[in-house]
Design a protein around this ligand. Structure first.
Ligand code: ADP
Length: 220
């Protein structure tokens, strides 16, 4: 269980304060697919960065399995990112000089998981492309490899930042179905941020953000 309790994040820009998140509270469960929906500037990336341990809240409490993430030091936060979190990015972030299979195994090795990349390529339906380099794959295929790479780390929290943003809608839908499938693992919470309301029906929970605040939370 992951919970944000009265989290705020303020950026200082010159002599102005920008409140990117303003007193945000919600909880996220493992085995569920949570979609964070909101227009540009509503605080989605800020929220994802806090969840991923890439940034720190200004105020509030963030619990992950009863561990207070806001009180971790830099080294502990780095372990949190390495061991707990898997990331899927809009533009895949694959290493161009490594094959699909190598991209997956290198990430798994980082966490000490000697996971077989083939198992994860198979999960995303790409076993036959294991020896291809990213530039030999379509956008949808690259995103599948990046999901396989994230899953090979055996994350407890899979964070996806506009994962369909660079894909056509049909390919995007296939990717969302894959994330929905991944969220059925009761050890993993899948969280996706997007401005695209089209995908809300796939979610177990939709959190609507507006101007750094929660507008509503809908359980499907
Ligand atoms: P979204 O991802 O929904 O587009 P963001 O989380 O990127 O929203 O931004 C929320 C607000 O915080 C915006 O007003 C943005 O300009 C501001 N913001 C985000 N990051 C920074 C930063 N590093 N420094 C200053 N302001 C920021």
């Amino acid at each position: 269980m992951i919970s944000f309790n009265h989290i705020s994040k303020t950026y200082q820009v010159g002599d102005q304060e920008v409140k990117a998140l303003d007193d945000v509270s919600f909880s996220i469960e493992k085995g569920k697919f949570t979609v964070i929906l909101g227009p540009s500037g509503s605080g989605k990336s800020t929220l994802l960065n806090l969840l991923g341990g890439m940034d720190r809240a200004t105020e509030g409490s963030f619990l992950f399995d009863d561990q207070e993430v806001t009180s971790l030091n830099d080294k502990e936060l780095s372990i949190y990112r390495k061991d707990i979190v898997g990331f899927v990015f809009q533009f895949y972030n694959l290493v161009p000089s490594l094959t699909a299979s190598e991209n997956i195994s290198i990430a798994a090795q980082l966490t000490g998981n000697v996971a077989k990349s083939e198992i994860f390529l198979d999960k995303v339906g790409l076993s036959h492309r294991k020896n291809n380099f990213p530039n030999q794959l379509s956008g949808g295929e690259m995103q599948r490899v990046s999901i396989a790479r994230a899953l090979a780390k055996k994350p407890k929290l899979l964070l996806c930042d506009e994962p369909t943003g660079a894909l056509d809608s049909k390919t995007g839908q296939k990717i969302i179905e894959l994330l929905q499938e991944a969220s059925k693992d009761k050890n993993v919470a899948v969280v996706m941020v997007t401005h695209n309301a089209e995908f809300k029906e796939f979610a177990d929970t939709v959190i609507y953000l507006k101007d750094g605040k929660i507008n509503s939370i809908i359980e499907n």
